[in-house]
Design a protein around this ligand. Sequence first.
Ligand SMILES: Nc1ncnc2c1ncn2[C@@H]1O[C@H](COP(=O)(O)OP(=O)(O)OP(=O)(O)O)[C@@H](O)[C@H]1O
Length: 230
Amino acid sequence: MSILIENLSKKFGTFSALSHINLEIKSGSLVALIGPSGSGKSTLLRIIAGLDTATEGRVWFTGRDSTFLSIQEREIGFVFQNYALFKHMTVWENIAFGLDIRSTSLNIISDQVKQLLKLIQLEKFADRYPNQLSGGQRQRVALARALAIEPNVLLLDEPFGALDIKVRKDLRNWLRRLHKQAPMTTIFVTHDHQEALEVADEIILFKQGRIEILGNPQDVYKHLTTNSSS
Ligand SMILES: Nc1ncnc2c1ncn2[C@@H]1O[C@H](COP(=O)(O)OP(=O)(O)OP(=O)(O)O)[C@@H](O)[C@H]1O
């Protein structure tokens, strides 16, 4: 699914978190949002997910005006840092959760959860609770839960933020591989420029609620190295 952001602005009171953003994200691309803290990255992601509304402007999904669609109607999978796993549910139950509420049949749920457990390489951990997993394993379960609804779009806000470097690297390689297997439109926010350069097809650099530069990793790398204040 392609995403078109048209003249999108977001104000919190008198403060402009996003100003007149115009942006097209191609179907199946893997896009990184980078930029200083407070530059509007999460706000844009939340508006695309339907968790927040724009003050002005429109969001189009593959030619359909989706500005006012509900979260469910958007069929988007997301992993936000503060959107943790359910502590009282096992790995299996956490992954099946999105399927349950969409009233899928039990056999289908079972097959899909098995496939997802295989994908995140946690087949043996299905009966564990989140507090019995490492941070990286928990993130993989959160990703599996987001993927369970077979989303058209995957939004990841600092998905690997709290993890150590080795686990981050493993997960980012895993994300790259996953995206190759199933190239759904994916947008992720990261503070780590290296991560964005290594993983993304396209990078968008935000500054004070505006897009400073948008391009392929080579172009953005050049920009970052010649404008070291970014
Ligand atoms: N609910 C809110 N009410 C008021 N201001 C908000 C709200 N949410 C975000 N903001 C402000 O909007 C600006 C953009 O926030 P946003 O979370 O999008 O930034 P960000 O680029 O994702 O930052 P970070 O990298 O630190 O997560 C910030 O100045 C933030 O304080």
